[in-house]
Design a protein around this ligand. Structure first.
Ligand SMILES: Cc1ncc(C[n+]2csc(CCOP(=O)(O)OP(=O)(O)O)c2C)c(N)n1
Ligand SMILES: [Mg+2]
Length: 339
């Protein structure tokens, strides 16, 4: 393998971490739209999966999907603006953190309903099959979705029709405050997938290169008609959402979990292999920080969506505006212009 790919993956992971840190700042400044922000700090090893995807491949994410989208080529300034509820955001500021999407980059939608984004990839797999396209679709979701029935319907259909689909479970050990072994009788999730006829694998999500090797194999198999399931074992560094101080975890457990740091692991590996020097890695870190500082500042400075645009981009084109909300909006705007 060339040295440039591991270094590029380090850069992507650092960009994700810096982005998420700025999202945290956005929230603390009172500039985020809504209070629900789910940071993917500690889960950056997912870059091993996104890097095994190709242009044309599609994906869905759960509510903790900033990192996946960024890694698939999203513009951090447009993402940050969306999270801030601004007109310059990916969805005109109306989707927010949990509903960012951009089909041009293959993002078929983030979804706040646990497991809600999973069946879409089966549809994308059928589309690829019917159109004779060489595209894989990947569903990214958390361990909480392992207890949702829709996952099992989707896995069954993918296996039955041998669809080019990969189910990627980012197991960060918790669904809100519930540890995974308190919500699942047996946590060997890959075995469940194998029982359905999928290729099933587990990988340490702190080791991005191990993730990449595994994901590259599974995606190649999926492209050839062997759908797959991949569990990434990671640790959620912070609370479920920004308000959650994780009172259900001990400080010792958190310290231990944060030692499973994908950035520190990658940094150590790059230095040990002589692929990069401390100074080169520091420069990458500084560049990522500056890029995300700019995204944060631009999001704060960006305009809010115009009131007239309230229903635009929310419903499919041609859908009548909802009544009486549209009448009420018209009345408010008329009052404003009369005053
Ligand atoms: C169907 C459904 N049930 C409950 C919730 C409330 N809820 C939001 S996130 C969450 C936990 C999800 O845990 P997991 O899938 O492990 O993802 P993580 O937050 O750990 O990334 C729950 C229960 C929801 N959004 N949807
Ligand atoms: Mg979880």
């Amino acid at each position: 393998m060339s040295n440039t790919a591991p270094l590029a993956r380090y850069r992507t992971m650092r960009r994700i971490r810096s982005f998420e840190e700025r999202v945290g700042e956005l929230f603390l400044k009172g500039e985020s739209a809504g209070s629900m922000l789910h940071l993917s700090i500690g889960e950056e090893g997912v870059v091993g999966v996104t890097d095994a995807m190709r242009p044309g491949d599609s994906f869905t994410t759960h509510h903790r999907g900033h990192g996946v989208f960024l890694a698939r080529g999203a513009d951090p300034a447009r993402m940050m603006a969306e999270i801030a509820g601004k007109a310059t955001g990916y969805c005109g500021g109306k989707g927010g953190s949990m509903h960012i999407a951009d089909r041009q980059l293959g993002h078929l939608g983030a979804n706040a309903i646990v497991g809600g984004g999973i069946p879409h990839v089966v549809g994308a797999g059928i589309t690829a099959r019917n159109r004779g396209l060489d595209h894989v679709s990947v569903a990214f979701f958390g361990d909480g979705a392992m207890s949702q029935g829709i996952l099992y319907e989707a896995m069954n259909m993918a296996a039955l029709w041998r669809l080019p689909v990969v189910f990627c479970c980012i197991n960060n050990q918790y669904g809100m405050g519930t540890r995974v072994d308190r919500s699942a009788g047996r946590v060997a999730f890959a075995e469940r997938a194998r029982a359905f006829g999928l290729a099933g694998a587990w990988v340490d999500g702190a080791d991005v290169e191990a993730v990449h090797r595994m994901a590259a194999d599974l995606l190649a198999g999926a492209r050839a008609g062997q759908p797959a399931f991949l569990e990434l074992s990671v640790y959620r560094f912070y609370g479920h959402a920004r308000m959650d101080k994780s009172p259900y975890r001990t400080p010792e457990e958190e310290a231990e979990g944060r030692r499973r740091d994908p950035l520190a692991t990658a940094r150590g590996a790059l230095l040990a292999a002589g692929i990069a020097t401390e100074a080169e890695l520091d420069r990458i870190d500084a560049e990522a920080g500056a890029e995300m500082d700019a995204a944060l500042a631009a999001a704060i400075a960006a305009p809010a969506p115009a009131p007239e645009a309230m229903f635009r981009d929310v419903y499919a084109p041609g859908t009548p505006q909802p009544q009486p909300q549209a009448d009420r909006l018209r009345a408010i705007l008329a009052e404003g212009s009369a005053a």
